[in-house]
Design a protein around this ligand. Sequence first.
Ligand SMILES: [Zn+2]
Length: 470
Amino acid sequence: MPTTLLHSIQRLYTCDDNETILDDAWILVEGNVIKALGQGPVDPAMRADKMLDLTGAIVTPGLINIHHHFFQSITKALPFVQKSFVLDWLLKLYPLWVEIGPDEMVAATQVAAAELLLSGGTTSVDHSYMVPGADFDILRAQVETCRDIGLRLHLVVGSMPTLEGNLEEQLKPVIGDKIHRLIDPVERVYETMRRSARAFHDASAGSMTKVAFGPVGVTYTLPDMMRDISALAADYGCGLHTHLHPRPDEREKASTHLRSDPVAYLKASKWMKPGTWFAHCSQLTDDEMKVFADNGVGIAHCAHTIARLGFPLTRISAMRRYGVAVGIGVDGCASNDSGSILHDLRLALILHRIGTPLGTDTQEAWLSPYDALLMATRDGARIIGRNDIGRISVGCAADIAAFRLDRVGYAGSWGDPLSALLLAGCDPYAHLTMVNGAVVVWNGRLVNADETAIISKASQATRRIIDRAS
Ligand SMILES: [Zn+2]
């Protein structure tokens, strides 16, 4: 099997259970697996097919993004949704998204994957709830595009069995019969989930493609659906994922339709278990956080979306104090406008501090740069049900990121290179990104794809859906 030696690493953050950090370190990769690692000069007898000199770089496990919507990567920074709360934002964007077909999904997935890889991301969840007309080729396009560019994918096969609030009534006059391409009949949702699991889900160690299930949000008005999806996920060994805050209107729906509250309903529907994770959770009560912790349920914190859409500040310190596993998500590029995981990691590190000590948080409970790194590596891996990634340990898949700190933005920092990367830096690029033993980014550039072609294809796709919607 081919071997690669990463050597002369300034500082290596392994994120293993012993919190091992090594200076002047090296890592030997054989095939797709980490074979050995150590400290100090490399034994001259140790040769590899490929030698990568990482002088002046810090190295971390590849970053893991646990919430995204790839399709949104061709609808960034649109002028008419720059000042919208979530329901107004959705109302204005659905007429564009309903026009997405397989070609647009290839373009969007290339952008999403490229941004993640270039910022040190090696694994991503894609919560793919927008599959107009239940076109299976849209899902296939995502999987094949990720495979070609070299990104490890957790595809959450989603659906929109209902729309949020009264969006259905508001959208009908705007998009007419196309509403049927947006809203999925329940049986069709289940069939798409079964078909996707059979086609794409690989449960083996080092798997490059796994499947999870999850509608766009909790289906309070279709009370059996959450339980049915949980049962389907159990049948195929897949995880569960969706959005949850819960906002006041979610609590009211749960009360009106179910005579329950959102978290109790999810528990009754067999969603509160390891392998389930929710995006946001910006409005959980303390008691609900304890239920998450007791049941091993994870949370994807998407700092840019929280700020961009004006959600309440997520109480990260409280969640961690109760023992809830929290990871990092970039979320879709219509509520972030960037798909860089490094960008979101930097914001997550400081966003939750706003307002302290007005809440229950204290400065002692704030995240440290190392805490934030763990959220994007070891904790993220655990949340999505993996123990073969998220750390640099012998036997783990070789998912590795390296960042050089010889840019002027880092000048003047001292004492801890990780703090420099996450607090001082504005450079968005990884020097190296390795996924499953393959170098996919080197010297801040994609290895398997032409960035100019990706930009051109995305621009054309954006133009097409705007023209069709017009
Ligand atoms: Zn989302």
